[in-house]
Design a protein around this ligand. Structure first.
Ligand code: BES
Ligand code: MN
Ligand code: ZN
Length: 512
Protein backbone atom coordinates (compact mmCIF):
# COMPACT_ATOMS: atom_id res chain seq x y z
CA UNK A 1 0.00 0.00 0.00
CA UNK A 2 1.32 3.40 -0.98
CA UNK A 3 0.95 6.40 1.37
CA UNK A 4 1.05 10.03 0.26
CA UNK A 5 -0.01 13.35 1.75
CA UNK A 6 -2.21 16.05 0.26
CA UNK A 7 -2.24 19.56 1.75
CA UNK A 8 -6.05 19.80 1.60
CA UNK A 9 -9.08 17.80 0.63
CA UNK A 10 -9.81 20.31 -2.09
CA UNK A 11 -6.42 19.60 -3.57
CA UNK A 12 -6.87 15.86 -3.17
CA UNK A 13 -10.20 15.88 -4.98
CA UNK A 14 -8.99 17.98 -7.90
CA UNK A 15 -5.56 16.41 -8.46
CA UNK A 16 -6.53 14.61 -11.66
CA UNK A 17 -3.93 11.90 -11.53
CA UNK A 18 -5.02 10.99 -8.02
CA UNK A 19 -8.80 11.32 -8.13
CA UNK A 20 -9.65 9.18 -5.10
CA UNK A 21 -12.77 7.07 -4.95
CA UNK A 22 -13.20 6.87 -1.21
CA UNK A 23 -13.16 9.58 1.41
CA UNK A 24 -12.83 8.53 5.07
CA UNK A 25 -13.99 11.08 7.64
CA UNK A 26 -14.24 11.19 11.44
CA UNK A 27 -17.44 11.57 13.43
CA UNK A 28 -17.77 12.01 17.19
CA UNK A 29 -21.00 12.49 19.10
CA UNK A 30 -22.98 12.43 15.83
CA UNK A 31 -21.00 15.38 14.45
CA UNK A 32 -18.45 15.58 11.67
CA UNK A 33 -14.93 16.39 12.90
CA UNK A 34 -12.03 18.24 11.31
CA UNK A 35 -11.51 20.63 8.42
CA UNK A 36 -11.64 18.02 5.68
CA UNK A 37 -15.08 16.84 6.80
CA UNK A 38 -16.38 20.41 6.99
CA UNK A 39 -15.14 21.14 3.49
CA UNK A 40 -16.59 17.93 2.04
CA UNK A 41 -19.89 18.62 3.75
CA UNK A 42 -19.97 22.07 2.15
CA UNK A 43 -19.52 20.42 -1.26
CA UNK A 44 -22.69 18.37 -0.88
CA UNK A 45 -25.03 20.80 0.86
CA UNK A 46 -24.81 19.27 4.31
CA UNK A 47 -25.57 15.71 3.26
CA UNK A 48 -22.64 14.32 5.31
CA UNK A 49 -23.65 16.18 8.48
CA UNK A 50 -27.14 14.72 8.07
CA UNK A 51 -25.74 11.20 7.83
CA UNK A 52 -23.55 11.80 10.88
CA UNK A 53 -26.56 13.01 12.87
CA UNK A 54 -28.90 10.31 11.60
CA UNK A 55 -28.07 7.77 14.28
CA UNK A 56 -27.01 5.21 11.63
CA UNK A 57 -23.54 5.14 13.13
CA UNK A 58 -23.06 3.81 16.61
CA UNK A 59 -21.10 5.91 19.14
CA UNK A 60 -18.71 3.00 19.62
CA UNK A 61 -15.24 3.85 18.23
CA UNK A 62 -14.81 1.98 14.96
CA UNK A 63 -18.46 1.92 13.87
CA UNK A 64 -18.58 2.85 10.21
CA UNK A 65 -21.15 4.03 7.69
CA UNK A 66 -20.26 3.61 4.02
CA UNK A 67 -22.34 5.56 1.49
CA UNK A 68 -22.28 6.09 -2.24
CA UNK A 69 -22.29 9.77 -3.16
CA UNK A 70 -24.73 11.26 -5.67
CA UNK A 71 -23.53 11.61 -9.30
CA UNK A 72 -21.21 14.56 -9.87
CA UNK A 73 -19.68 14.51 -6.36
CA UNK A 74 -15.92 14.87 -5.95
CA UNK A 75 -15.80 11.39 -4.34
CA UNK A 76 -17.58 8.21 -5.36
CA UNK A 77 -17.93 6.97 -1.76
CA UNK A 78 -17.73 8.37 1.72
CA UNK A 79 -17.07 6.42 4.89
CA UNK A 80 -17.99 8.03 8.18
CA UNK A 81 -16.13 6.56 11.14
CA UNK A 82 -17.09 6.98 14.78
CA UNK A 83 -14.36 7.94 17.24
CA UNK A 84 -16.70 7.93 20.22
CA UNK A 85 -19.21 10.08 22.01
CA UNK A 86 -17.12 13.21 22.42
CA UNK A 87 -14.40 14.70 20.24
CA UNK A 88 -12.60 16.12 23.29
CA UNK A 89 -12.49 12.71 24.99
CA UNK A 90 -11.01 10.58 22.18
CA UNK A 91 -8.42 8.28 23.78
CA UNK A 92 -5.40 6.69 22.07
CA UNK A 93 -7.28 3.39 22.04
CA UNK A 94 -10.43 4.93 20.52
CA UNK A 95 -8.36 6.44 17.74
CA UNK A 96 -6.37 3.27 17.08
CA UNK A 97 -9.50 1.05 17.14
CA UNK A 98 -11.40 3.39 14.83
CA UNK A 99 -8.55 3.63 12.35
CA UNK A 100 -8.11 -0.16 12.27
CA UNK A 101 -11.84 -0.70 11.70
CA UNK A 102 -11.90 1.93 8.94
CA UNK A 103 -8.87 0.29 7.33
CA UNK A 104 -10.55 -3.13 7.38
CA UNK A 105 -13.76 -1.72 5.91
CA UNK A 106 -11.84 0.18 3.21
CA UNK A 107 -9.82 -2.93 2.29
CA UNK A 108 -13.00 -4.99 2.02
CA UNK A 109 -14.48 -2.53 -0.50
CA UNK A 110 -13.92 -1.69 -4.13
CA UNK A 111 -12.06 1.62 -3.82
CA UNK A 112 -8.52 1.66 -5.21
CA UNK A 113 -7.55 5.09 -3.90
CA UNK A 114 -8.72 6.58 -0.65
CA UNK A 115 -8.27 9.80 1.26
CA UNK A 116 -8.10 9.41 5.04
CA UNK A 117 -8.77 12.37 7.33
CA UNK A 118 -9.39 10.51 10.60
CA UNK A 119 -6.21 11.96 12.09
CA UNK A 120 -7.91 15.35 12.14
CA UNK A 121 -9.83 14.00 15.14
CA UNK A 122 -6.83 12.43 16.91
CA UNK A 123 -6.60 12.48 20.72
CA UNK A 124 -6.13 16.03 22.02
CA UNK A 125 -2.83 15.23 23.75
CA UNK A 126 -1.23 13.82 20.56
CA UNK A 127 0.49 15.77 17.78
CA UNK A 128 0.03 15.32 14.07
CA UNK A 129 3.17 13.17 13.66
CA UNK A 130 1.71 10.68 16.16
CA UNK A 131 -1.64 10.63 14.37
CA UNK A 132 -0.08 10.15 10.91
CA UNK A 133 2.28 7.42 12.10
CA UNK A 134 -0.52 5.50 13.75
CA UNK A 135 -2.81 5.86 10.75
CA UNK A 136 -0.14 4.23 8.60
CA UNK A 137 0.49 1.51 11.20
CA UNK A 138 -3.19 0.67 11.66
CA UNK A 139 -3.84 0.54 7.93
CA UNK A 140 -0.84 -1.73 7.45
CA UNK A 141 -2.14 -3.87 10.32
CA UNK A 142 -5.53 -4.11 8.57
CA UNK A 143 -3.79 -5.04 5.31
CA UNK A 144 -1.54 -7.74 6.78
CA UNK A 145 -2.13 -11.24 5.35
CA UNK A 146 -0.19 -14.41 5.93
CA UNK A 147 -0.68 -16.78 3.05
CA UNK A 148 2.87 -18.03 2.55
CA UNK A 149 1.64 -21.53 3.38
CA UNK A 150 -1.52 -21.51 1.22
CA UNK A 151 -1.42 -23.15 -2.18
CA UNK A 152 -3.34 -20.20 -3.60
CA UNK A 153 -2.96 -16.74 -2.08
CA UNK A 154 -6.17 -14.72 -1.57
CA UNK A 155 -6.84 -12.05 -4.22
CA UNK A 156 -5.25 -8.66 -3.49
CA UNK A 157 -7.59 -5.96 -2.12
CA UNK A 158 -8.46 -3.10 -4.48
CA UNK A 159 -7.14 -0.41 -2.14
CA UNK A 160 -3.56 0.42 -3.09
CA UNK A 161 -3.10 4.12 -2.40
CA UNK A 162 -3.98 6.13 0.69
CA UNK A 163 -3.67 9.91 0.80
CA UNK A 164 -3.56 11.64 4.19
CA UNK A 165 -4.69 15.24 4.40
CA UNK A 166 -1.75 17.07 5.97
CA UNK A 167 0.71 19.86 5.16
CA UNK A 168 3.19 19.74 8.02
CA UNK A 169 6.86 20.23 7.16
CA UNK A 170 8.01 16.78 8.30
CA UNK A 171 5.23 14.69 6.75
CA UNK A 172 7.38 12.80 4.24
CA UNK A 173 9.79 11.72 6.97
CA UNK A 174 6.92 10.73 9.28
CA UNK A 175 5.41 8.49 6.57
CA UNK A 176 8.79 6.93 5.73
CA UNK A 177 9.52 6.15 9.40
CA UNK A 178 6.03 4.73 9.92
CA UNK A 179 6.40 2.45 6.91
CA UNK A 180 9.83 1.29 8.10
CA UNK A 181 8.23 0.36 11.42
CA UNK A 182 5.32 -1.37 9.66
CA UNK A 183 7.80 -3.39 7.57
CA UNK A 184 9.60 -4.45 10.75
CA UNK A 185 6.32 -5.46 12.39
CA UNK A 186 5.31 -7.46 9.29
CA UNK A 187 8.64 -9.29 9.33
CA UNK A 188 8.13 -10.23 12.98
CA UNK A 189 4.58 -11.45 12.21
CA UNK A 190 5.72 -13.49 9.21
CA UNK A 191 8.47 -15.22 11.18
CA UNK A 192 6.09 -15.90 14.08
CA UNK A 193 3.38 -17.31 11.82
CA UNK A 194 5.67 -19.68 9.93
CA UNK A 195 5.34 -23.26 11.15
CA UNK A 196 8.09 -24.98 13.13
CA UNK A 197 9.00 -27.27 10.23
CA UNK A 198 9.89 -24.23 8.10
CA UNK A 199 11.04 -21.71 10.68
CA UNK A 200 13.93 -23.71 12.15
CA UNK A 201 17.05 -22.28 13.82
CA UNK A 202 18.93 -22.38 10.51
CA UNK A 203 15.98 -20.70 8.75
CA UNK A 204 16.15 -17.85 11.29
CA UNK A 205 19.89 -17.62 10.66
CA UNK A 206 19.34 -17.40 6.90
CA UNK A 207 16.72 -14.67 7.35
CA UNK A 208 19.12 -12.76 9.59
CA UNK A 209 21.81 -13.05 6.93
CA UNK A 210 19.42 -11.86 4.24
CA UNK A 211 18.33 -8.90 6.35
CA UNK A 212 21.95 -8.03 7.08
CA UNK A 213 22.87 -8.09 3.39
CA UNK A 214 19.88 -5.95 2.48
CA UNK A 215 20.62 -3.27 5.10
CA UNK A 216 24.41 -3.63 5.29
CA UNK A 217 24.49 -4.87 8.86
CA UNK A 218 27.42 -6.88 10.17
CA UNK A 219 26.16 -10.40 10.87
CA UNK A 220 27.89 -13.27 12.63
CA UNK A 221 26.36 -16.69 13.06
CA UNK A 222 27.95 -19.06 15.52
CA UNK A 223 27.41 -22.81 15.15
CA UNK A 224 27.47 -25.58 17.73
CA UNK A 225 31.28 -25.90 17.78
CA UNK A 226 31.75 -22.19 18.44
CA UNK A 227 29.15 -22.30 21.20
CA UNK A 228 31.00 -25.21 22.75
CA UNK A 229 34.24 -23.24 22.59
CA UNK A 230 32.49 -20.36 24.37
CA UNK A 231 31.28 -22.85 27.03
CA UNK A 232 27.57 -22.10 26.44
CA UNK A 233 26.65 -25.27 28.33
CA UNK A 234 23.22 -24.03 29.30
CA UNK A 235 22.09 -23.10 25.78
CA UNK A 236 23.51 -26.32 24.34
CA UNK A 237 21.67 -28.41 26.95
CA UNK A 238 18.34 -27.24 25.49
CA UNK A 239 19.31 -28.13 21.91
CA UNK A 240 20.43 -31.68 22.76
CA UNK A 241 17.11 -33.43 22.10
CA UNK A 242 16.67 -31.98 18.62
CA UNK A 243 17.89 -33.03 15.19
CA UNK A 244 18.09 -29.33 14.29
CA UNK A 245 21.43 -27.65 15.01
CA UNK A 246 21.30 -24.62 17.33
CA UNK A 247 22.40 -21.24 15.96
CA UNK A 248 23.64 -18.09 17.67
CA UNK A 249 22.91 -14.97 15.62
CA UNK A 250 24.62 -11.61 16.22
CA UNK A 251 23.67 -8.59 14.10
CA UNK A 252 25.34 -5.18 14.36
CA UNK A 253 23.68 -1.99 13.18
CA UNK A 254 26.16 0.88 13.38
CA UNK A 255 24.16 4.08 12.89
CA UNK A 256 25.83 6.01 15.71
CA UNK A 257 29.36 7.31 16.33
CA UNK A 258 31.96 4.52 16.45
CA UNK A 259 32.71 5.05 20.15
CA UNK A 260 29.07 5.08 21.28
CA UNK A 261 28.18 2.13 23.55
CA UNK A 262 25.57 -0.06 21.82
CA UNK A 263 22.04 -0.88 22.89
CA UNK A 264 21.70 -4.66 22.86
CA UNK A 265 18.53 -6.65 22.16
CA UNK A 266 18.43 -10.35 23.01
CA UNK A 267 15.51 -12.41 21.69
CA UNK A 268 14.43 -15.93 22.72
CA UNK A 269 14.45 -18.07 19.59
CA UNK A 270 12.91 -21.43 20.53
CA UNK A 271 11.53 -22.39 17.11
CA UNK A 272 9.38 -25.06 18.76
CA UNK A 273 8.85 -25.76 22.45
CA UNK A 274 7.55 -29.28 23.16
CA UNK A 275 8.68 -28.89 26.76
CA UNK A 276 11.42 -31.49 26.20
CA UNK A 277 11.37 -34.48 28.58
CA UNK A 278 9.01 -32.41 30.79
CA UNK A 279 6.63 -32.74 27.84
CA UNK A 280 3.77 -30.27 27.44
CA UNK A 281 0.16 -31.48 27.08
CA UNK A 282 -1.09 -31.90 23.49
CA UNK A 283 -3.85 -29.28 23.58
CA UNK A 284 -2.73 -26.09 21.85
CA UNK A 285 0.85 -27.29 21.65
CA UNK A 286 0.87 -26.00 18.04
CA UNK A 287 1.06 -22.50 19.52
CA UNK A 288 4.57 -23.24 20.73
CA UNK A 289 5.77 -22.45 17.19
CA UNK A 290 5.43 -18.86 18.46
CA UNK A 291 8.13 -19.46 21.06
CA UNK A 292 10.57 -17.63 18.79
CA UNK A 293 8.60 -14.37 18.82
CA UNK A 294 11.28 -12.70 20.97
CA UNK A 295 13.78 -13.52 18.20
CA UNK A 296 11.31 -12.34 15.56
CA UNK A 297 10.93 -9.02 17.37
CA UNK A 298 14.70 -8.56 17.37
CA UNK A 299 14.89 -9.15 13.60
CA UNK A 300 11.86 -6.92 13.01
CA UNK A 301 13.32 -4.12 15.13
CA UNK A 302 16.71 -4.37 13.42
CA UNK A 303 14.96 -4.05 10.07
CA UNK A 304 12.86 -1.07 11.23
CA UNK A 305 15.76 0.94 12.67
CA UNK A 306 18.05 0.17 9.72
CA UNK A 307 15.37 1.27 7.28
CA UNK A 308 14.84 4.41 9.40
CA UNK A 309 18.61 5.04 9.36
CA UNK A 310 18.47 5.65 13.10
CA UNK A 311 21.58 7.37 14.46
CA UNK A 312 22.37 4.78 17.09
CA UNK A 313 24.46 1.63 17.56
CA UNK A 314 22.32 -1.44 18.15
CA UNK A 315 23.26 -5.11 18.42
CA UNK A 316 20.67 -7.86 18.03
CA UNK A 317 21.44 -11.27 19.54
CA UNK A 318 19.33 -14.35 18.91
CA UNK A 319 20.08 -17.68 20.56
CA UNK A 320 17.94 -20.20 18.71
CA UNK A 321 17.18 -23.93 18.90
CA UNK A 322 14.33 -26.40 19.32
CA UNK A 323 13.24 -27.85 22.67
CA UNK A 324 12.56 -31.53 21.93
CA UNK A 325 12.49 -34.81 23.85
CA UNK A 326 14.90 -37.47 22.56
CA UNK A 327 17.48 -40.04 23.54
CA UNK A 328 20.13 -37.39 24.02
CA UNK A 329 17.81 -34.80 25.56
CA UNK A 330 18.52 -33.15 28.89
CA UNK A 331 16.67 -34.82 31.78
CA UNK A 332 15.12 -33.31 34.91
CA UNK A 333 17.80 -33.28 37.58
CA UNK A 334 20.67 -32.79 35.11
CA UNK A 335 23.20 -30.14 36.11
CA UNK A 336 24.82 -27.96 33.43
CA UNK A 337 27.44 -25.22 33.52
CA UNK A 338 26.51 -21.90 31.93
CA UNK A 339 28.93 -19.62 30.10
CA UNK A 340 29.06 -17.44 33.25
CA UNK A 341 30.45 -20.39 35.21
CA UNK A 342 27.30 -20.71 37.33
CA UNK A 343 25.96 -24.27 37.49
CA UNK A 344 22.25 -24.85 36.92
CA UNK A 345 20.09 -27.74 38.08
CA UNK A 346 17.45 -28.28 35.40
CA UNK A 347 14.43 -29.34 37.41
CA UNK A 348 12.03 -28.80 34.52
CA UNK A 349 13.16 -29.00 30.90
CA UNK A 350 10.15 -26.88 29.91
CA UNK A 351 11.74 -23.84 31.55
CA UNK A 352 14.15 -23.71 28.60
CA UNK A 353 13.88 -20.06 27.55
CA UNK A 354 15.90 -18.82 30.51
CA UNK A 355 18.51 -21.51 29.78
CA UNK A 356 19.25 -20.20 26.30
CA UNK A 357 18.92 -16.54 27.33
CA UNK A 358 21.36 -16.74 30.22
CA UNK A 359 24.27 -17.65 27.94
CA UNK A 360 23.28 -14.98 25.43
CA UNK A 361 23.14 -12.42 28.26
CA UNK A 362 26.63 -13.42 29.38
CA UNK A 363 27.84 -13.18 25.77
CA UNK A 364 26.42 -9.63 25.58
CA UNK A 365 28.90 -8.42 28.24
CA UNK A 366 31.68 -8.26 25.64
CA UNK A 367 29.96 -5.34 23.91
CA UNK A 368 30.05 -3.11 27.03
CA UNK A 369 26.42 -2.21 26.33
CA UNK A 370 24.68 1.03 27.26
CA UNK A 371 21.67 -1.17 28.02
CA UNK A 372 20.46 -4.71 27.32
CA UNK A 373 16.81 -5.60 26.78
CA UNK A 374 15.82 -9.22 26.39
CA UNK A 375 12.51 -10.21 24.83
CA UNK A 376 10.98 -13.63 25.46
CA UNK A 377 7.78 -15.65 25.43
CA UNK A 378 9.07 -16.79 28.78
CA UNK A 379 6.24 -17.84 31.10
CA UNK A 380 2.62 -18.87 31.13
CA UNK A 381 2.58 -17.19 34.56
CA UNK A 382 3.01 -13.79 32.90
CA UNK A 383 -0.16 -14.43 30.90
CA UNK A 384 -1.96 -15.24 34.14
CA UNK A 385 -0.62 -12.05 35.75
CA UNK A 386 -1.17 -9.51 32.96
CA UNK A 387 -3.42 -11.17 30.40
CA UNK A 388 -2.97 -10.25 26.76
CA UNK A 389 -2.79 -6.46 26.97
CA UNK A 390 0.51 -5.45 28.53
CA UNK A 391 3.91 -7.04 28.13
CA UNK A 392 5.57 -7.80 31.48
CA UNK A 393 8.49 -5.46 32.19
CA UNK A 394 11.10 -6.53 34.71
CA UNK A 395 14.00 -4.25 35.60
CA UNK A 396 15.54 -2.66 38.65
CA UNK A 397 16.97 0.20 36.61
CA UNK A 398 14.57 3.10 37.05
CA UNK A 399 15.40 5.06 33.90
CA UNK A 400 14.99 1.96 31.75
CA UNK A 401 11.62 1.24 33.33
CA UNK A 402 10.43 4.82 32.83
CA UNK A 403 11.69 4.97 29.23
CA UNK A 404 10.19 1.62 28.23
CA UNK A 405 6.84 2.40 29.86
CA UNK A 406 6.77 5.76 28.07
CA UNK A 407 7.71 4.15 24.72
CA UNK A 408 4.89 1.68 25.31
CA UNK A 409 2.33 4.44 25.81
CA UNK A 410 3.61 6.37 22.83
CA UNK A 411 3.47 3.35 20.53
CA UNK A 412 0.33 1.72 21.91
CA UNK A 413 2.50 -1.40 22.38
CA UNK A 414 2.40 -1.20 26.15
CA UNK A 415 4.34 -2.83 28.98
CA UNK A 416 3.74 -2.87 32.73
CA UNK A 417 6.39 -2.92 35.48
CA UNK A 418 6.65 -6.04 37.63
CA UNK A 419 8.94 -6.65 40.63
CA UNK A 420 12.34 -8.37 40.36
CA UNK A 421 13.68 -8.06 43.90
CA UNK A 422 16.05 -10.55 45.49
CA UNK A 423 13.40 -12.03 47.84
CA UNK A 424 11.75 -13.80 44.90
CA UNK A 425 15.09 -15.19 43.78
CA UNK A 426 15.26 -17.36 46.89
CA UNK A 427 12.76 -19.73 45.28
CA UNK A 428 15.52 -20.79 42.88
CA UNK A 429 17.70 -22.46 45.57
CA UNK A 430 19.12 -25.80 44.51
CA UNK A 431 20.52 -28.54 46.73
CA UNK A 432 22.88 -29.65 44.00
CA UNK A 433 23.92 -26.66 41.87
CA UNK A 434 24.35 -22.87 42.17
CA UNK A 435 20.79 -22.27 41.06
CA UNK A 436 17.69 -24.21 39.92
CA UNK A 437 15.98 -23.31 36.65
CA UNK A 438 12.51 -23.16 38.26
CA UNK A 439 10.96 -21.93 41.49
CA UNK A 440 7.49 -22.99 42.57
CA UNK A 441 4.25 -22.06 40.83
CA UNK A 442 3.92 -18.83 42.82
CA UNK A 443 5.17 -15.72 41.02
CA UNK A 444 6.46 -17.77 38.10
CA UNK A 445 7.05 -14.80 35.79
CA UNK A 446 9.02 -13.03 38.53
CA UNK A 447 11.20 -15.97 39.52
CA UNK A 448 12.00 -16.46 35.82
CA UNK A 449 13.13 -12.82 35.65
CA UNK A 450 15.17 -13.32 38.86
CA UNK A 451 16.92 -16.25 37.21
CA UNK A 452 17.93 -14.01 34.28
CA UNK A 453 18.99 -11.21 36.64
CA UNK A 454 21.81 -13.43 37.93
CA UNK A 455 23.45 -13.17 34.51
CA UNK A 456 23.06 -9.43 33.93
CA UNK A 457 25.12 -7.86 36.72
CA UNK A 458 27.59 -6.23 34.30
CA UNK A 459 25.16 -3.75 32.68
CA UNK A 460 21.77 -2.01 32.83
CA UNK A 461 19.14 -4.57 31.89
CA UNK A 462 15.42 -5.00 31.34
CA UNK A 463 13.44 -8.12 30.53
CA UNK A 464 10.21 -8.15 28.51
CA UNK A 465 7.96 -11.21 28.95
CA UNK A 466 5.80 -11.25 25.82
CA UNK A 467 4.08 -14.63 26.42
CA UNK A 468 0.68 -12.89 26.55
CA UNK A 469 1.20 -10.28 23.84
CA UNK A 470 3.22 -11.82 20.99
CA UNK A 471 0.32 -13.75 19.47
CA UNK A 472 -3.44 -14.18 19.56
CA UNK A 473 -5.17 -17.51 20.12
CA UNK A 474 -8.61 -18.59 18.93
CA UNK A 475 -10.29 -17.67 15.67
CA UNK A 476 -7.91 -14.77 14.95
CA UNK A 477 -4.87 -16.93 15.74
CA UNK A 478 -1.67 -15.25 14.62
CA UNK A 479 1.44 -13.31 15.57
CA UNK A 480 0.91 -9.68 16.62
CA UNK A 481 4.35 -8.31 15.75
CA UNK A 482 4.69 -7.07 19.32
CA UNK A 483 6.87 -5.63 20.78
CA UNK A 484 8.59 -4.29 17.63
CA UNK A 485 6.79 -0.95 17.95
CA UNK A 486 7.71 -0.65 21.64
CA UNK A 487 11.39 -1.47 21.03
CA UNK A 488 11.70 0.75 17.97
CA UNK A 489 10.06 3.68 19.74
CA UNK A 490 12.35 3.18 22.72
CA UNK A 491 15.42 3.12 20.44
CA UNK A 492 14.22 6.23 18.61
CA UNK A 493 14.12 7.93 22.01
CA UNK A 494 17.64 6.74 22.79
CA UNK A 495 18.87 8.06 19.42
CA UNK A 496 17.25 11.44 20.09
CA UNK A 497 18.78 11.79 23.55
CA UNK A 498 22.24 10.70 22.42
CA UNK A 499 22.08 13.26 19.59
CA UNK A 500 21.27 15.87 22.23
CA UNK A 501 24.24 14.77 24.34
CA UNK A 502 26.53 15.07 21.32
CA UNK A 503 25.24 18.57 20.59
CA UNK A 504 25.71 19.43 24.28
CA UNK A 505 29.37 18.39 24.33
CA UNK A 506 30.03 20.24 21.09
CA UNK A 507 28.66 23.54 22.41
CA UNK A 508 30.52 23.09 25.66
CA UNK A 509 33.74 22.55 23.71
CA UNK A 510 33.15 25.67 21.64
CA UNK A 511 32.65 27.74 24.77
CA UNK A 512 35.83 26.43 26.38
N1 BES B 1 7.35 -20.98 26.09
C1 BES B 1 6.88 -21.28 27.39
C2 BES B 1 6.07 -20.14 27.99
C3 BES B 1 4.68 -19.96 27.47
C4 BES B 1 3.66 -20.78 27.89
C5 BES B 1 4.39 -18.94 26.61
C6 BES B 1 2.37 -20.57 27.42
C7 BES B 1 3.13 -18.73 26.16
C8 BES B 1 2.10 -19.55 26.56
C9 BES B 1 8.04 -21.55 28.33
O1 BES B 1 9.15 -22.14 27.77
C10 BES B 1 7.53 -22.49 29.38
O2 BES B 1 7.21 -23.59 29.04
N2 BES B 1 7.47 -22.02 30.61
C11 BES B 1 6.96 -22.80 31.68
C12 BES B 1 7.82 -22.56 32.87
C13 BES B 1 7.56 -23.49 34.02
C14 BES B 1 7.99 -24.91 33.65
C15 BES B 1 8.30 -23.01 35.24
C16 BES B 1 5.52 -22.36 31.95
O3 BES B 1 5.23 -21.18 31.88
O4 BES B 1 4.70 -23.24 32.19
MN1 MN C 1 8.97 -24.28 27.74
ZN1 ZN D 1 9.43 -21.82 25.77
Amino acid sequence: MKFITRPSLKQASTARSAAPDLLVLPVAGKQLQGEAAQWADGQCAGLLADWAASGEIDDKPGSVLLQRMPKGSAFARVMLVSLGKQAAAVSDKDFLDATLAAGKAALAGKAGKAVFALHQAAPAQRDSAWALRHTVLRLREAAYRFDAMKSRPAPKPALHEVALVSDEAGDAAVLAQAQALADGIDLAKDLGNLPGNVCTPSYLASRARKLSNQFKLKCEILGEKQMQALKMGSLLSVARGSAQAPQFIVMHYNGGPARQAPQVLVGKGITFDTGGISLKPAAEMDEMKYDMCGAASVLGTMQAIAQMKLKLNVIGIVPTCENMPGGRATKPGDVVTSMSGQTIEILNTDAEGRLILCDALTYAERFKPAAVVDIATLTGACVVALGNHHTGLFSSQETLVADLVAAGRQSGDTCWPMPVDEVYGEALKSNFADVANVGGRAGGAITAACFLARFTKAYDWAHLDIAGTAWKSGAAKGATGRPVALLTTWLEGRAASSAQEVRGTKTRKRKA
